[in-house]
Design a protein around this ligand. Structure first.
Ligand code: SAM
Length: 291
């Protein structure tokens, strides 16, 4: 039975093991049963599902996941938490604990061993590496069904933003190319120990089978997106030209933008995902013809 989602039980287990929080690992443990239930509901987990949890901590959410899922892989970087997890998850036979850095671990074999079923990723993410974790998952070749994660509220909002807003950027575009994002809960800082400085949000990313826009050259599209937002204050023309990533010259780029009905002064933050896709394809096509 899940027992850890409150302050008293969490403190008791931490004291028993003399556990010291490590700031460098972004450790803020959940102590709010209602929020835990919200995350589990949003992740929509059944006994058919293969779940990966990133950063199980002392196993608070892992207990819920083990009760709902077919199998659970819990990847935890902090070696000091492993003996605690062995105790708190002892009653479950459908969980594997992996003492690894999620940014370095290759889950291919795990996926194969579980019939190549699309994974459901669930986590209260360590905030210092939210973006690399999400980008790494989205850009991986792993079969994914959904990613349901707790992140800083501001980062969750950024994932949903559209063109013309200050928070729209490379993360918004990558998330929206690969998935349909939906914020499912706002979580106050009082739901964690130690308390973080800012509020959090739970966001669910439903992974598309097919991206919502047609793009023959997604690699070029993401290079363009990165270059556009690296130099946010510059026009798209200058940003892309300075980045030196295009197989065409500035005049060709100007022609393409005009052909797309965009002014030469346009900034990257004004383009939709569909426009970035069209731009990447046009650049690659033009590059082939001018070679
Ligand atoms: N899931 C727990 C909970 O909700 O109470 C803990 C969440 S805490 C915000 C983040 C967890 O991720 C910590 O347990 C931390 O040690 C772990 N972590 C940090 N960096 C990691 C990494 N690179 N790979 C795997 N786990 C990591």
């Amino acid at each position: 039975m899940a027992t850890l989602g409150n302050r008293a039980h969490t403190n008791a287990i931490l004291e028993k093991y003399g556990f010291r929080f490590q700031k460098k690992f972004g450790q803020n443990f959940l102590i709010d049963e209602m929020i835990l239930e919200d995350i589990i509901d949003a992740a929509d987990i059944t006994k058919d599902d293969v779940v990966v949890e990133i950063g199980p901590g002392i196993g608070t959410m892992t207990q819920y996941l083990c009760e709902q899922a077919g199998s659970v892989l819990a990847v935890e970087i902090d070696t000091n938490l492993i003996p605690i997890l062995s105790e708190t998850l002892a009653e479950y036979d459908n969980v594997e604990i992996l003492n690894e850095d999620i940014l370095k671990v290759d889950l291919t074999d795990y996926v194969k061993a579980h019939g190549n079923k699309p994974l459901k990723v669930v986590a209260n993410l360590p905030y210092y590496i939210t973006t690399p974790i999400i980008m790494g998952l989205l850009e991986s070749d792993l079969p994914l069904a959904s990613i349901t994660v707790m992140v800083q509220k501001e980062v969750a909002e950024r994932m949903q933003e559209g063109p013309g807003t200050k928070d729209y950027g490379a993360l918004s575009l990558a998330v929206q190319y690969y998935s349909k994002p939906e914020i499912v809960a706002i979580v106050p800082k009082t739901s964690f120990i130690p308390q973080p400085k800012v509020d959090s949000a739970v966001i669910r990313l439903d992974i598309y089978e097919q991206p919502p826009v047609d793009c023959k050259n997604p690699k070029m599209m993401f290079q363009i997106i990165r270059a556009a937002f690296n130099q946010r204050r510059k026009t798209l023309m200058n940003g892309l030209n300075n980045a030196g990533i295009l197989p065409i010259n500035k005049e060709n780029l100007a022609e393409i933008l005009t052909g797309m009905g965009l002014p030469e002064s346009v900034r990257g933050e004004q383009l939709t995902l569909a426009q970035f896709a069209a731009l990447a394809d046009a650049v690659c096509e033009h590059g082939k013809n001018t070679r």
